[in-house]
Design a protein around this ligand. Structure first.
Ligand SMILES: C[S@@+](CC[C@H](N)C(=O)[O-])C[C@H]1O[C@@H](n2cnc3c(N)ncnc32)[C@H](O)[C@@H]1O
Length: 215
């Protein structure tokens, strides 16, 4: 095997280890339970496509699109998981152009990697990409209790080699989604010894917000 072959094999093994760890750390199955069995799903900030692949295993009748800013991650996601039901594209979650409407959208541990003043832009893109009866599930990390927050911050520094994180608490996110034209369906903490996981589920507020035309 040549040097290039060794590199490819190493990257594959590394990704497999990362995927196994990610499934242990992030309660994907709690989120998958909330996603409809059929239709179109968009995963914003899909990383290496681990959630997309796991969702497809559990709910094979969904057509899944993953969008991610980092081209290298998308290349790996594509190589490992793309098939006729799972599609990956490079894109910026703060500037989503609605090309079709989805039954469900997830943003999993995405917002705290995006500067706070762009969070509303993400929600605007989600709003315009969601069917009128669709749901959005936003999973993120809370700022309390402090030790869990600190642990997650250290985790994020190690993973991203950056100190710039923009955590939004569950209460702050609920206020922001309501301001952005959604109604809250559910807001839950997900018990974990180390991490302050939470998720919220929202629908479009059919009365309070007029849909913006995609630009
Ligand atoms: C903690 S990772 C989560 C990945 C994936 N959702 C998961 O749960 O495995 C956050 C991801 O968001 C991506 N990201 C950050 N800013 C983004 C943006 N503006 N648009 C799309 N993806 C972004 C990062 O590159 C990273 O892959």
């Amino acid at each position: 095997m040549g040097e290039e072959g060794v590199k490819v094999k190493f990257t594959r093994i590394k990704t497999q280890i990362f995927a196994s760890m990610r499934k242990i750390i992030c309660p994907f199955d709690r989120l998958i339970d909330k996603i409809p069995e059929h239709g179109y799903h968009l995963d914003l900030g899909c990383g290496y496509g681990i959630f997309c692949s796991f969702l497809s295993e559990k709910k094979p009748n969904i057509d899944i699109t993953g969008i991610e800013l980092d081209e290298k991650k998308i290349a790996i996601a594509h190589e490992n998981y793309a098939n006729k039901h799972i599609h990956f594209f490079t894109g910026d979650a703060t500037a989503i152009k609605a090309t079709k409407e989805y039954d469900s959208i997830t943003c999993i541990d995405l917002l705290h990697h995006i500067p706070s003043n762009y969070h509303e832009d993400v929600l605007r893109g989600v709003y315009s990409s969601l069917k009128d009866d669709g749901i959005v599930i936003i999973k993120d990390m809370d700022k309390q209790p402090f030790l869990k927050y600190l642990w997650n911050y250290i985790h994020d520094i190690v993973m991203t080699r950056s100190v710039h994180m923009y955590y939004i608490s569950k209460q702050e996110l609920v206020r922001l989604v309501e301001k952005s034209g959604f109604v809250l369906v559910e807001a839950q903490d997900i018990p974990n010894v180390l991490y302050a996981h939470y998720y919220i589920i929202c629908k479009k507020d059919q009365h309070g917000h007029s849909k913006e035309e995609p630009s």
